[in-house]
Design a protein around this ligand. Sequence first.
Ligand code: SF4
Length: 257
Amino acid sequence: MTRTPSFSPPASSAASDALARLEARLTRCRRCPRLVRHRERVAREKVARFRDWVYWGRPVPGFGDPAARLLVVGLAPAAHGGNRTGRIFTGDESGNWLYAALHRAGFANQPTSRARGDGLRLRDAFVTAIVRCAPPANRPAPREVAICRRYLLGELGNLPRVRVVVVLGKFAHDGFLAAERARGQTVPRPAPRFAHGIEHCLPSGLVLLCSYHPSQQNTFTGKLTRAMLDRVFGRARVLLRSPRRRRSRTRRVGPPP
Ligand code: SF4
């Protein structure tokens, strides 16, 4: 008999209290003048299809289960997605792809992510990004990535059970490895390379799984398919069932794209 996963909210814990305090600091952050101007201008001007929305227009915190063993890392909130709804990967096509895949893999209780309060809950997974304010043209400057790293580090420090990290795209991959270095973990040189389906076991014991970002540019063109994304999260499931490995190594998940 298949057991239905429980998606009940996690009990209050020191970790979730610390994440809540981090979220309170993050959502008031104004450290990057260019990104603050952009996120607030987008929130004022809106687009026609969302003109009735009150945009969030602030930094977007990570979302998910404080007891997560799977961490999913993206680039930054979308101007009319997370910057509108206030939840990461919510209200845009990338989020539809991501949460549908997490649902198929058993990490999400529903396949859609439309707005805060839509009932979406994650189990054993936490979704975040390397930058928390929507950047112009989806391109944060290296300095902005570096300034914002404090929040990813804060989450990593308060998600003590994380074992597997899925990075969505090369920016997220590089940003995550920089966070590993910043928290004192060894990162091999040359750095683990990014390619869809590549898996690296890092010296810290975390397993890094690389995936193309589920942007429309990738999904509309077929560069990233549902089957490819499903293989990544299917592999994450297998890894979470396996004993922790400590030896550095690299392997490929499924056939080359
Ligand atoms: Fe603050 Fe990060 Fe937004 Fe910069 S990108 S203003 S550091 S939340």
